[in-house]
Design a protein around this ligand. Structure first.
Ligand SMILES: NC(=O)c1ccc[n+]([C@@H]2O[C@H](COP(=O)([O-])OP(=O)(O)OC[C@H]3O[C@@H](n4cnc5c(N)ncnc54)[C@H](OP(=O)(O)O)[C@@H]3O)[C@@H](O)[C@H]2O)c1
Length: 385
């Protein structure tokens, strides 16, 4: 299957008359690169749908992309890299997760939206549906590992409207609020992909680092629904909240994980923290265990003792491209009431810099969500049937 690649399309700053509010990221750098302004509403091409964005989650990836954290020149964690960019902004040709980020563009990986238009030839009966966007897309089919991300490779949800391929939107039937649904795609999609790839099953002992975060708290819930036992790692101030989502045990992030759990005690480690704790994560793994990661918030460079890796027959599983069953499964878990959203706070879209600043303090539990402003009259008229 070869679907159209939306990768290279960016909004046209000189485009059509009807404008929407959006946050345009203008380059690598600090918060001053987040420009709240008016840009043309995206024009649909064959196979696409137009969504009114109802809620857009905040993720590290948007900060990583703005500060150029994916560049091989960066060796610090996300927080330190963001501080450095506030002081001295540096353009980085390799700062995007995939290719160079062609600024200016609209970020926003998480979208809970409503379908307001479909391209000619599309299914008009879907108009009005509340949907989640599968932000990680596999344009060349699931046999290929190539993947592109809304909000990184093409314009995303930090706007009143976003356009996406029709096959990437999933209607969701539940009583969650828009903001609660806005917490889901990136964190839970990534988490479910990790849990799926590791084939977690009943009876296993799983260790989750950064369990108070978006991905970590989702992993805890998704592992528990598969019947495995979970030890969660969290900062002292967040341990009680993490306990409330159902792990079997919570240990403090500064405690000695190896001394508490013992060497060779864990079947699977989920670790999006990395940094200096990496070695300990491999020590607690049993022979034949798996270390699974899709992030490195505390630092991307780790020390690996190759002997631990090969003498224990470990498997390292890197995860970014979501596999085919992941997102549909996630929607079904929501609809069956098997997951709960953890909405830490909402902000208006215009307050994006405040939201990202507070997000980087890491005092919160769960996810932040941005709410775009309501549509003004000219837009409503233009959208009327
Ligand atoms: N590859 C992908 O597709 C993908 C998708 C989503 C996320 N990610 C990456 O995965 C990582 C985690 O994402 P997330 O959304 O779960 O992040 P998050 O919500 O910010 O949570 C990260 C958690 O890590 C813990 N932590 C431990 N040491 C830390 C440190 N030095 N700096 C900051 N936090 C630290 C914090 O919990 P305590 O304070 O309780 O210790 C924090 O709650 C990020 O690097 C993100 O970019 C990758």
């Amino acid at each position: 299957m070869v679907e159209r690649v939306p990768g290279k399309e960016r909004f046209d700053p000189n485009g059509c008359d009807i404008k929407m509010k959006a946050v345009v990221t203008t380059g690598n750098g600090g918060y001053d690169k987040l420009a709240y302004r008016e840009v043309p509403i995206p024009a649909l091409e064959a196979g696409e749908v137009l969504l009114q964005v109802l809620a857009a989650g905040v993720n590290n990836t948007e900060i990583n992309t703005r500060v150029g954290w994916y560049s091989s020149t960066v060796s610090s964690g996300t927080g330190d890299a963001a501080c450095a960019e506030e002081k001295t902004a540096t353009e980085k040709a390799d700062g995007g997760w995939n290719e160079a980020t062609p600024f200016p563009f609209i970020q926003g990986t998480d979208c809970c939206g409503r379908i307001v238009a479909v391209a000619p030839g599309g299914d008009g009966s879907t108009i009005g549906a509340r949907v989640l966007v599968r932000s990680c897309m596999r344009p060349f089919g699931f046999e290929s590992m190539e993947n592109i991300w809304m909000g990184s490779d093409f314009d995303g949800a930090f706007a009143q409207f976003v356009k996406v391929p029709a096959g990437e939107v999933f209607a969701v039937d539940c009583d969650w609020s828009d903001a609660e649904l806005g917490t889901i795609p990136c964190a839970y999609g990534t988490a479910e992909n990790m849990v799926h790839r590791a084939r977690v099953r009943e009876g296993q002992h799983v260790l989750v680092a950064g369990a108070s975060g978006g991905v970590g708290s989702a992993v805890v819930q998704l592992v528990k629904r598969r019947g495995a036992s979970v030890t969660a790692i969290a900062g002292k101030a967040k341990m009680e909240k993490v306990q409330s989502i159902g792990p079997d045990r919570v240990i403090e992030r500064n405690d000695d994980t190896v001394a508490i759990l013992g060497e060779n005690s864990v079947d699977v480690v989920f670790d999006n923290v990395a940094g200096s704790g990496f070695g300990r994560m491999l020590k607690v793994l049993k022979r034949g265990g798996a270390y699974v990661s899709s992030g490195a918030i505390a630092g991307p460079l780790v020390e690996l003792d190759m002997r631990t890796f090969y003498l224990k027959d470990l498997t390292l599983i890197g995860c970014t491209a979501w596999d085919e069953p992941v997102f549909p499964n996630l929607i079904s878990y929501i609809e069956c009431g098997e997951l709960r959203p953890i909405l830490a706070k909402t902000f208006s879209l215009e307050q994006i810099a405040d939201a990202q600043r507070e997000f980087l303090e890491k005092k919160h539990f769960g996810n932040f969500v941005l709410i775009p402003p309501p549509l003004d009259e000219p837009i409503q008229r233009a959208l009327a049937p």
